[in-house]
Write a protein that binds this ligand. Sequence first.
Ligand code: ADP
Ligand code: MG
Length: 683
Amino acid sequence: MTVNTDLGKSNIGILKGLGKVRISLFNKMGIYNIEDLLHHFPRRYEDRGNIKDIARLSPEESCSVLGTVSYPVTNIRSPRGIHLTKTLVRDNTGTLEIIWFNQPYISSKMVLGKKYIFYGKINKASRMQMINPLLIELKDREKECILMPVYPSVAGLSQFQIRNAVKQALDMLSNLPDPLPSIIRHKYHLADYEESIRNIHFPKDLNTLDLYRHRPVFQELLEFQLALLFMRKQENMTDGIVFNQSRLIGSFVKELPFELTDAQNKVFNEVYTDMTSPKIMNRLIQGDVGSGKTVVAVMAMLVALESGYQCAMMAPTEILAQQHYNTVSKFLENVPYRVELLTGSTSQKQAGEILEKLKNGEISAIIGTHALIKEKVIYHNLGLVITDEQHRFGVKQRAVLSQKGTNPDTIVMTATPIPRTLAMILYGDLDISVIDEMPPGRMKIKTYVVSEEYRDRIDKFIAKEVREGKQVYIICPLVEDSEVIDATSAVKTAEETAAKFKNFKVGIIHGKMKSALKDDVMNDFSKGVIDILVSTTVVEVGVDVPNASLMIVENAERFGLAQLHQLRGRVGRGKNQSYCILFNQGESEISKERLDVMTKSTDGFYISEQDLKLRGPGEFFGTRQHGLPELKIANLYTDMSILKEAQECAETIQQHHYLEQDEFTRLKDRVIHLYNMNFGGQL
Ligand code: ADP
Ligand code: MG
């Protein structure tokens, strides 16, 4: 074995079995060199060694069963063209039904009367079933029945291929240099780097995993905190733009069709003070759905425009970008500044023109998606950067947009209810403003949790609302019907709804549709051409159609409460009394209890707290709804104590300018690499 201290920096192409195509798939996940691969941590582990008696199985658990194939394997094709392979498996305690979908070859691998291990998830239908299990021969038991890592992946790359690549990399390793210098390791009792990496990928057992997980968690959080501290420091050291006192804001506010709330005024004043001072503004505006963040952002834009600077506003989806574009252009129609929209679906010709005019300054305000941070986008004098629903963007993307100007001021807006203590650590680089008041006159959205028995009544209610000229959302958890997951799909619901309400116009929108089509549908819904819109959660953030007064959520038990809160915020935006009907198709007490929280409260902070209590942190933070950076291994809730240590450590490093010392070079390099920092100054 060769001792290669720079192995980490070698391209993954040195691994066997990785051709061009596969390498590009790894690249898609941000994995270029061996170090990236070694930091591609498992998302979870399959505990295949956990063999259970059939009599003791419970629904939803994943486990192994050791049993004899006790019934001839049958193959059937369902009327909808799905291939089903079924059999029964018996152990000393009972019999279990096993079903595979679309894996016809599996039947040739099983012999009646022979013993196998089946690993999979238990489902309770009329009887206990295991769906699509892995079939393991007894001779492979040692090799297969371990804690098997399951990695985040992309289409075209199998778990086997990722595991294989990781294994090879681990085999080549020896003396992997530790990015953390020994003083840090000792002070925080951190395990050996290489040992930790090995054990995270292929742990002997759960205890060992626990022991070694601490180390990469600490490191990841430390790197994150260092990046935040660095950004903050850099902002404090450099002077930002001093925008002129505004002459237009007064009349702008007077002409608004509504009065600003005290909270909106307070937050705008905080923004305005920052903008008119030399301090670089970096402000998080937190405010529940519907609290009116957009108009505050537009006022900030106006201040920048008046001083002759450009503004950019970035939204996470095309729908949202389009909508912001409509809103902002309308708000700014009486001032002589050109506003344009740039997204992935802007035609090439148009995009070319926009880029040209952004560069020469003819366009003053640009609204868009990630398209705004592409390399070829060059600004004339970008002075203000706004990102909406920032939890969809990483720290890195924010930084990229800011770097397109010379120390521009930035605002990030979010409806994510994160407790303040956590927010202060996570957004260590930002000042926080909270819009803690709703515009007056909003009627409370009436929320009901119902079961299937209410279907007819609800259908009548839909008809009544539409006849009165109002509009309806129906939200489904899935795009298409699935044989494996028993939940309502948008496609099927749209068909059924269209059949039920022949006189109404029913539309559908979901994430698998082309963006241009999505825009058309959304526009039609905005204009009232569509009466009932069947949708997945693509409408979850920010979409504003005030005439929509009723939201039906199918399989509401499948959504997180914070997510339901966001969804519900799509209605109750106009003058009509609005309703939210949550169909509870779940059976557990917990799901009823959770959904009842929605009927009792409209406070986003309270709702997500309850969600956290009832679902547990794993699931809560498992989804990407919560404004948290995408971390590879750390869990910001359960690893809170490590986060505090890491924060303290980062501050010490900063105070003593440790990153300038040789021993810290590797750590510094990693932070630069991960967060796209250019360390001009000292940290
Ligand atoms: P969010 O904070 O969820 O982004 P929006 O900015 O989209 O909320 O505002 C929601 C709706 O409330 C919009 O239609 C907006 O025009 C309206 N609105 C904003 N501020 C006020 C106000 N002070 N009084 C009445 N309506 C307002
Ligand atoms: Mg918004």
